[in-house]
Every structure is written in structure tokens, then in C-alpha cells.
Design a protein around this ligand. Structure first.
Ligand SMILES: [Fe+2]
Ligand SMILES: [Fe+2]
Length: 270
């Protein structure tokens, strides 16, 4: 709550974009889904917060609801400013504990990938700095949300008497698996929604040189950097970063073996 910042995206200096940046922005397929998620979460969280008996936790939940709704308003400003074609159908969600928990685990999965994608996009200058710098706050707020969520859920399970590590670990693993499943389904929906041909050439210079290892390294590096900013007494989300580290170790081992085999194949006399 102390790190909450007050700002209004409608008052931001949204930059003028050149034709390539505008075409790239329009080609990004996630704006409809992102707007639905943020606006739906803002409403669900606001109503869920009202049910929380602890006044301090209620205020923190309300604040997150306000920030999610503001993420929706940031996207709406961008959509309007740059004439993006977006047809949101904001799902009505029951403001239950289960809905907040599902949303929290979704954020834990999305954020780590989002940290990496945002870093790579900034480094590759996919969009002008004047635009990406506006979204830095959103990324930092998502980092705060996932740290808040994992601490909230540990606290909530403890107040329900589910203290033991096994009683904590089983629902955590189940919830992460469900969140990953929802994201795989969401990815499939994004692909089926994509009616126009994917304008890959718009991003050709960005995709050039991008490897899976580079992406995973960006996710982990940025996750560690954002997480280091929080009070050391707070719990951090651990499972997704651990899975990414394992995936990175496997990808690096495969790359190493491929490089070693191709070197020995080149050196062996035929
Ligand atoms: Fe958000
Ligand atoms: Fe969030």
C-alpha cells in the first residue's frame, strides 16, 4: 500500500508514433484479451475486497482492484490514442475467494513471461522509449501484485488452519497447474482469433537472433531484479521461476551438445 502511486493515464503524454511503430502496435494480438482481463479483474477485486473482514487487508485488496482497473484505463487510452481495433467482452466474474485465487495464480504465470517480453522489447526498441517507458509502471505494479498475492494466500491459508507445508504445497501445485492450463487454452484462443495473416515481417529484425534461451534468461533476470526490490521478509512466487530455471538448464545443455557435435563433425576427417 505504501508503494502505491497515484497517476491518471488520461493525463499522460502519449507520444506520436511513426508508421512502423503504429503498424507493430496494431499487429500485437493481445490487446482485446489484456483489456478483458484487467477490467474484469478490477471489478471482481473491488467486490471481493468488500467481503474481507480485516480492514487493512480489505484496503490492500481494494487498492489492487483500483490498480487493475487503472491498467484497463491505460489500455483504453492507448487503444483510443492509436486507433487499435479491440472488441472486448469483459466476462462477469463472481467475486469469490476462488476467483481471486485463480486470478492471482494467472498473474504469477503471466508476470514472469511479461517481465522477459518487456525487457526484450525495450532492448530491441520494438517501440519508441517514449511509449515503453509509460508501461514500466504497469510491470512494476504487476510485480507488486504477485508478491502481495503469494503473501496473502499464505496468510489466508494460515488463518483457515492450513498451516503445514503439505497442506500449503498441494493446493499451490494444483493451482499453478490449473493456471498454466488456462494460459495454454488462452494461447490457443489468441491463435484462433487471429484472422489476418500474422505480419511477422514487421518484427523480423526483433525476432532475428532471439532464441528460447535468451527469452528464458530475460524472464529469470528480470524476475530476480524486480523481486530483489521487496522487503526480504516477504514471500516471493517461487514455482514459475524454478520451472524456468530448469527449462533454461535443459535448453543450455541441448545447445551445448549441439555445438559440441557440430564442432566434432566439422573436425572429423571424411
Ligand atoms: Fe493488471
Ligand atoms: Fe495485477
Amino acid at each position: 500500500m505504501e508503494s502505491h502511486e497515484s497517476y491518471d493515464p488520461a493525463a499522460w503524454a502519449w507520444p506520436q508514433l511513426d508508421d512502423l511503430s503504429l503498424a507493430r502496435l496494431r499487429a500485437v494480438p493481445i490487446w482485446t484479451l489484456a483489456l478483458e482481463v484487467e477490467l474484469g479483474a478490477g471489478e471482481m477485486l473491488g467486490k471481493f475486497a468488500a467481503k474481507e473482514p480485516d480492514p487493512l487487508v480489505r484496503e490492500a485488496l481494494e487498492l489492487q482492484g483500483f490498480e487493475e482497473d487503472r491498467h484497463g484505463r491505460i489500455l483504453s487510452c492507448m487503444i483510443e490514442r492509436y486507433g487499435l481495433i479491440v472488441k472486448p467482452d469483459v466476462p462477469k466474474q463472481n467475486p469469490t475467494r476462488g476467483a481471486f485465487i485463480d486470478f492471482g495464480y494467472n498473474e504469477c504465470v503471466d508476470s514472469v513471461a511479461g517481465f522477459g517480453i518487456f525487457r526484450l522489447a525495450c532492448d530491441a526498441r520494438v517501440f519508441p522509449v517514449a511509449l515503453t517507458s509509460l508501461f514500466q509502471r504497469v510491470i512494476e505494479e504487476e510485480a507488486r501484485h504477485i508478491v502481495f498475492f503469494v503473501n496473502w494466500i499464505a496468510w489466508d491459508r494460515t488463518r483457515r488452519g492450513l498451516r503445514g507445508p503439505i497442506l500449503q504445497a498441494i493446493p499451490v501445485l494444483y493451482s499453478y497447474a490449473a493456471a498454466i492450463g488456462r494460459r495454454i487454452k488462452g494461447g490457443a484462443r489468441l491463435q484462433s482469433d487471429q484472422t489476418e495473416e500474422q505480419p511477422l515481417d514487421l518484427f523480423a529484425d526483433v525476432v532475428n537472433g532471439l532464441t528460447l534461451a535468451k527469452f528464458l534468461r530475460a524472464c529469470i533476470g528480470e524476475n530476480d531484479r524486480y523481486m530483489a526490490a521487496f522487503d526480504p521478509r516477504l514471500i516471493r512466487p517461487r514455482l514459475i521461476p524454478a520451472l524456468i530455471r530448469v527449462a533454461l538448464a535443459i535448453v543450455e545443455a541441448i545447445d551445448f551438445l549441439q555445438a559440441a557435435f557440430s564442432k566434432s563433425a566439422r573436425q572429423s576427417p571424411t
